[in-house]
Ligand binder design. Structure first.
Ligand SMILES: *Cc1c(COP(=O)(O)O)cnc(C)c1O
Length: 399
């Protein structure tokens, strides 16, 4: 018996059975539909991309997995070299893991131990944002602010080691002023808070955060598990404002295999680099740096560069803006667009009830949640396919 994610098993509707997938299309036994959310925002090149499939196949012909403890291999070396080259600033030290949640756990562990390794035991607090989502494991739930996890608060009470503030510069300055001696890091989903409701905010907030982190010696962590690889229209938001630790996941492998990377800068790495074994980073997921994942990630990045994905994303954004320009409905609170993400926020979640089935009839796969109807399409989508997605969203309100 399968226990499905984020579902009340008693009342859930039958999931669509996928028998094949190619390009932006998902196939069921009797229909085909455009995957408008790229399998949880990860499948940026679409399905069955020949280059990515070949990368996995040729690596599988050699070996599909070896552990990274005491062993190493060409796929992980090439990928870490590539990331070192490709990522901004001195984000050069790549720690691999098998999922975004674990990648964030590693980042938070790094931030805490960074200070412990320097004899500072007082910096126990993490500053985070309201509506943040950083994953489903325990520490990431605590740092996050997803209402679905507030049962944790009911059981354990407020966590004294996490502070939440809105994306407001005044609140940010005040939090630093009051708490800077106890803060080890500020963690954010930069520019776009995904699972918290596709909330978009200004880069000025991040620029000020960088200044305050420098001023008060607090580490800045960007969780770009969702925003990385172009989703906001920037390659990484880290290209605009440089964090001390960057977490990548989801689209890292083009969505072909689950994998994540936590990438530290020189300063963070140096705090662990020592003759003393107690100062080492004690972490090591069994499947970290899986060779299939590394091989496909490398090819995914090459495609992103050679096929100029940023211009594809800018095109998606401009078509989306054009199509949504004159679209209004009283039930809609706001339409938000950034890069390859569009979100229609409605006043009442009941407005979206039945949308998934409606979209299925129109040949689109969608998964609205709470008050949010959104799309995060694969970047290889054609204009007619994108129009099909957007028309489906609009026509739901015009029936
Ligand atoms: C999806 C997501 C995660 C968790 O990644 P998993 O691979 O699902 O564990 C963490 N942070 C952000 C911002 C995400 O969107």
């Amino acid at each position: 018996m399968i226990w499905y994610p984020y579902q009340q098993m008693k009342t859930m509707k039958t999931p669509y059975n996928i028998t094949d997938a190619k390009g932006v299309w998902l196939y069921t036994p009797d229909n085909r539909m455009i995957d408008s959310i790229s399998s949880w925002w990860s499948v940026i090149h679409g399905y069955q991309h020949p280059v990515l499939v070949e990368a996995i196949k040729s690596q599988a012909d050699r070996f599909s997995h070896v552990m990274l403890g005491g062993l190493t291999h060409e796929p992980v070396q090439k990928l870490s070299d590539k990331l070192e080259d490709w990522l901004p600033g001195d984000l050069n030290y790549c720690f691999f893991s098998d999922s975004g949640s674990v990648g964030v756990e590693v980042a938070l562990k790094m931030a805490l131990q960074y200070y412990v390794n320097q004899g500072d035991f007082k910096r126990t607090k993490v500053l985070s944002l309201t509506h943040a989502y950083h994953g489903d494991t325990f520490k990431t739930m605590e740092v996050g602010d997803d209402e679905d996890y507030h049962f944790i608060l009911e059981v354990y009470g407020e966590n004294p080691h996490v502070l939440h503030i809105p994306t407001d510069i005044k609140a940010l300055e005040e939090a630093f002023l009051r708490h800077h001696k106890e803060l080890n890091c500020l963690i954010v989903e930069p520019l776009l808070q995904g699972a918290g409701g596709m909330r978009m905010y200004e880069i000025s907030f991040l620029k000020r955060a960088r200044e305050l982190c420098d001023q008060y010696h607090v580490l800045l962590i960007f969780d770009e598990v969702a925003t990385g690889f172009g989703r906001t229209g920037h390659r990484f938001v880290a290209d605009e404002v440089l964090p001390d630790i960057l977490v990548l996941g989801k689209a890292l492998t083009g969505g072909y295999i689950g994998h994540a990377a936590t990438i530290a800068n020189q300063k963070v790495y140096n705090a662990f680099y020592d003759d003393n074994p107690d100062k080492a980073l004690m972490h090591g997921p069994t499947f970290m740096a899986n060779p299939l994942a590394c091989s496909v990630a490398l090819k995914s990045i090459e495609l992103f560069e050679t096929e100029d994905y940023l211009s594809k994303i800018h095109k998606i954004e401009s078509i989306t803006r054009r199509e949504m320009q004159h679209f209004h409905d009283d039930r809609i609170k706001e339409v938000r667009i950034l890069g390859g993400c569009i979100c229609i926020e409605v006043h009442d979640p009941a407005t979206l009830q039945g949308y998934q089935d409606y979209a299925y009839q129109q040949g689109v796969f969608s998964r609205p949640f709470l008050n949010y109807l959104y799309a995060m399409v694969p970047y290889i989508i054609t204009e007619p396919e994108l129009l099909q997605v957007l028309t489906t969203m609009k026509s739901w309100f015009q029936r």
